[in-house]
Design a binder for this molecule. Structure first.
Ligand code: GLU
Length: 427
């Protein structure tokens, strides 16, 4: 991520454009373009070597007019408060566009879990919750996994919260392990959700998935399940790119006849770094990290981090590309977005494309509240229904009002949140 890039400014610029379209009044604009609340705190951790390391943590609640705040906690060495602010705002729109009764929030810790032992990560998770326990909770703000956090981190956080509260509160956090309050299908949900929307977009464009190829950026949880489902509906992924932890830079892995998850997953570490030499031995071409964007494919799926499709890289997108599905949050800058719109590429914007994760988190909460858990098929079919109806509503509005897909998604989401905010009498 470029150092001077500010995702909060991007999120606000996207908001401002649609706020004007919707003629939102001054007070409404002011309350929606910034977070309602944010917490900054320090988390001291007694490290394995006997020293004490102090980490910086954040939790930002953007808006809770439609329900408790909802959003993941990221562990990342380059985390910034402005990134967390932007992500919390995108969570508000995400929950609204799929019409689930939740608000938007996000958390982050500046740390690199690659360099932390399991014990140190556990202490960090527990320390995070100790700093926040009074300001989060099943009815206030519900965290979840995100970049470099997983079900184990969620369970440590839940355990700390329940220890402090003196009772069981499975609704405090989502993305928990199955059998300990987690939902079947939660791990797959974000990646599958991306492909449910890709499938619908292709249907609208009159293209069969079997006739398409894709390049994917990222090889974490979202990317892998997106690849799996896309291949199952007949598509071919020729290229995948991921971060190489040893060399501290990304690489792209290419196989013209289609990458094979069964080959790649066993040679990938816990953080999604594929081993270059082993991939080479399996017949993959190894290209620079940026090569994913210039592939001659039909579909691009950025599923890594924010700020990847920029003014510098957007020109490299092949003329063949017809569809971009943003699996990551905020992968496209404002300048690049203009180019994509001008070129008439069909875009499935991030807060619609990747809403499957939070939708399944909502199902997880529903199941926790009932203390009755659904079969995986039931979870995934409910997810498909939610994602498909949200996609259809956005693309219909885009067509009717001749709007860019991102703007159409924003119109639906901002309108829902503004109505809730107004009905409550906040403005
Ligand atoms: N971190 C995921 C997202 O960005 C899921 C959030 C959640 O489940 O609350 O949408």
């Amino acid at each position: 991520m470029a150092k001077d890039y500010n995702p909060h400014k991007t999120a606000q610029a996207q908001f401002d454009k649609v706020a004007d379209l919707l003629n939102l009044e001054h007070g409404m604009k002011a309350i929606l373009r910034d977070p309602l609340r944010e917490y900054h705190f320090l988390i001291p951790v007694h490290m394995d070597n006997g020293s004490v390391e102090v980490f910086k943590g954040f939790r930002v609640l953007h808006n809770d007019a439609r329900g408790p705040g909802k959003g993941g906690i990221r562990f990342h060495p380059q985390e910034t408060i402005d990134t967390v602010r932007a992500l919390s705002m995108w969570m508000t729109w995400k929950c609204a566009v799929v019409d689930i009764p939740l608000g938007g929030a996000k958390g982050g810790v500046i740390c690199d879990p690659h360099n932390l032992s399991q014990r140190e990560q556990e202490l960090l998770c527990r320390g995070y919750v100790r700093q926040l326990s009074k300001n989060v909770g099943p009815l206030e703000d519900v965290p979840a996994p995100d970049v470099m956090t997983n079900a184990q981190h969620m369970l440590w956080m839940l355990d700390e919260y329940e220890t402090i509260s003196g009772a069981k509160y499975p609704g405090f956090i989502t993305g928990k392990p199955v059998g300990l309050g987690g939902s079947l299908g939660r791990t797959e949900a974000t990646g599958y959700g991306v492909i449910f929307t890709v499938r619908e977009a292709l249907k609208e464009m009159g293209i069969r998935p079997e006739d398409t190829t894709a390049a994917v950026q990222g090889f974490g949880n979202v990317a892998r399940y997106a690849i799996e489902l896309y291949q199952r509906i007949g598509g071919k992924v020729t290229t995948v790119s991921c971060w190489n932890q040893k060399e501290q830079k990304p690489y792209t892995f290419k196989k013209e006849k289609g990458i094979d998850l069964k080959e790649l997953i066993p040679i990938t570490d816990n953080f999604g770094s594929i081993d270059n030499s082993k991939a080479k031995a399996l017949g993959y071409e190894i290209l620079p990290g940026s090569a994913w964007i210039e592939q001659n494919v039909d579909i691009l799926i950025p599923a890594a981090l924010e700020n990847e499709i920029t003014a510098d890289t957007v020109g490299k997108i092949s003329r063949k590309v017809k569809l971009i599905a943003e699996g990551a949050n905020g992968p496209t800058t404002i300048e690049a977005d203009k180019v994509i719109q001008e070129r008439g590429i069909f875009l499935i914007p991030d807060f619609l494309a990747n809403a499957g994760g939070v939708t399944c988190s909502y199902f997880e909460q529903v199941q926790c509240n009932m203390n009755y858990y659904w079969e995986k098929e039931e979870v995934l079919s409910k997810l498909d229904l939610k994602m498909t109806s949200a996609f259809i509503a956005v693309s219909r509005l885009a067509r009717e009002k001749k709007l860019y897909m991102r703007d159409a998604a924003y119109v639906i989401a901002i309108d829902r949140v503004a109505r809730a905010t107004k009905s409550r009498g906040w403005v």
